[in-house]
Each structure stands twice: as structure tokens, then as C-alpha cells.
Design a protein around this ligand. Structure first.
Ligand SMILES: Nc1ncnc2c1ncn2[C@@H]1O[C@H](COP(=O)(O)OP(=O)(O)OP(=O)(O)O)[C@@H](O)[C@H]1O
Ligand SMILES: [Mg+2]
Length: 257
């Protein structure tokens, strides 16, 4: 085991990661067998940076994201978000917490096909309570979020009238609607060609300059390498990390499935 921090600049930053993942283990037990999906995963998510979580299919990326959003609970270990342990909260409190703190972006966009881009973003404001804005400011907020992703003039198009990359940008606008500090994206560009994927990656990376912390899951190691901070997973273990503090629990060649 070793503490990794290859980035001297990052090392100088105050030790205040927004999210701290500590010794996270997830074991699923059914009648015949016990499967360990995550083994002792420890890392910090630096605030206002984009962190990529990279690894091949089945390495535990989505399992880990579900722990970060409180959708699933660890078997051992904990996730501490801005000083508060997620596990300690009940389901309703967690759902409220998620609505305020995390915007989630999915691989297949999951826009509502009968609503325009604008209405998809507005719906997020209605469901999330507007992120503290009064109701009469929500329409402007929805339009502003579309402007942030450079889709201001596409507001009245249906998802079927937009390209894949544009649909994903609408999904980013929707995730921004309630102004959460953290955006979490699970393979957001897995369904896009590499050029469009890169532009979506850049939009998300650019949001760190507006104070957002972005967690970006991808199996694309090339794309992951553009991030300032990254961890690599294999078979539920961290095999390498860069630009963030993480405990590497296995070397790539030591991992057996
Ligand atoms: N409920 C479950 N019961 C047993 N095994 C599971 C369960 N859910 C996931 N797994 C296994 O856990 C491992 C990690 O799954 P996970 O979905 O986290 O992978 P991933 O890295 O997100 O993969 P992908 O890139 O394909 O999305 C896989 O081997 C998967 O088959
Ligand atoms: Mg996955």
C-alpha cells in the first residue's frame, strides 16, 4: 500500500477534499456466493476539480458512484461529503441531500422525449425545488443553464431534434439546474464519437472554473488522461492514481479476477 500524490501543486492545497472515500468495501452475498465488488477503496475528491474514475467494464465504477451518491450503501468503510458521513442519514434525508448537492449525468442522457430542452431543464427545477431560487426565477435559470452549455438557441427543440452530443449537453444543463456543488457523470460520453466525447468532457471540465466539482466515470483511458486528478480501478481495487490522494491497494499485474 502506498499513498499516492504525483502532483506537487495539488499536494500544497489545503487538505480539504470535498468528498473523502475511506476504506470502502462492497460485498454482495447471495445464496451460493459472496462477491466483492469493491475492495478497500480510499481516495479524496479534490474540490473544484474534475476527477476521472477509469477502469474496464466490470471494474466497479458504477458501484463506486452509487456509494458516492448514497444510492447504495457500503458493506464497510464510509463516504464523507463536506464533513458529513452519508451512511448516517436516512433514505428521505439522503434523497433531499442528493437533490441539493449532486447533479447526475447518464450515458444515455435520459431526457424526457416529449419535453423540449428547455422543459427538461425546467422540470429538474420543479422537482428539485429550484436550488433556492424563487419560482418566478426558474424559467430564466433554465434558459441560463442551456446558455452555459451553448444551447441557448436550441431551447425549444425536442430531444429527437438534437444530436447525441447536444442531448448530452441538455442533460448537463439539467444537472446544473438546481446549482449543486457536485456533478457526477457515469460514462457520459460512452455513447458518443470521440470528437463529440471530447467536447462534452471539455464542457464538464470548464465547469470546475465556476466552482463545480466533477466526477467523471469512463472506460476511455485516453479521455481520463486529460483530467488533472484521476484514479484507475481494476477488479474493484485502485491500481493507480494521479493528482489526488488515494491508497493504491493493488498493482495492475497483481489483480486476478
Ligand atoms: N447486484 C449484483 N450482484 C452481483 N454482482 C454484481 C451486482 N452488481 C454489479 N455486480 C458486478 O460487480 C462488478 C462491477 O460492476 P459495475 O457495474 O460497478 O462495473 P462498471 O465498472 O461500472 O462497468 P461498466 O463499464 O460496464 O459500466 C461487475 O463484475 C458486475 O457484474
Ligand atoms: Mg458502469
Amino acid at each position: 500500500m502506498s499513498i499516492v500524490d504525483n502532483d506537487p501543486t495539488n499536494y500544497q492545497l489545503p487538505a480539504s477534499p470535498l468528498i473523502q472515500v475511506e476504506h470502502l468495501t462492497r460485498i454482495i452475498t447471495n445464496r451460493t456466493q459472496k462477491t466483492t465488488l469493491l475492495h478497500d477503496v480510499t481516495f479524496a475528491v479534490p474540490a473544484q476539480k474534475l476527477l476521472t474514475i477509469n477502469g474496464p467494464s466490470g471494474s466497479g465504477k458504477s458501484t463506486l458512484l452509487n456509494m458516492l451518491t448514497g444510492i447504495d450503501k457500503p458493506t464497510e468503510g464510509r463516504v464523507v461529503f463536506a464533513g458529513q458521513e452519508l451512511k448516517a442519514q436516512g433514505e428521505n434525508a439522503l434523497a433531499r441531500w442528493r437533490g441539493r448537492n449532486v447533479g447526475i449525468i447518464f450515458q444515455f442522457f435520459q431526457l424526457i422525449s416529449t419535453l423540449t430542452a428547455f422543459e427538461n431543464v425546467l422540470l429538474a427545477l420543479e422537482l428539485g425545488g429550484g436550488g433556492g431560487l424563487p419560482r418566478n426565477a426558474w424559467r430564466k435559470r433554465a434558459q441560463d443553464c442551456l446558455e452555459i452549455v451553448d444551447l441557448g438557441s436550441f431551447a425549444h427543440r425536442l430531444p429527437s431534434e438534437l444530436s447525441g452530443g447536444q442531448q448530452q449537453r441538455v442533460a448537463i444543463a439539467r444537472a446544473l439546474a438546481n446549482n449543486p456543488p457536485v456533478l457526477i457523470a457515469d460514462e457520459p460520453t460512452g455513447n458518443l464519437d470521440s470528437k463529440t466525447a471530447y467536447s462534452v468532457f471539455n464542457i464538464l471540465a470548464g465547469l470546475t472554473e465556476q466552482g463545480k466539482t466533477v466526477i467523471y466515470v469512463t472506460h476511455d483511458s485516453q479521455l481520463a488522461s486529460y483530467a488533472d486528478a484521476r484514479i484507475n480501478l481494476l477488479d474493484g481495487r485502485i491500481v493507480s492514481a494521479h493528482g489526488t490522494q488515494a491508497i493504491v491497494t493493488a498493482k495492475q499485474e497483481e489483480v486476478h479476477s
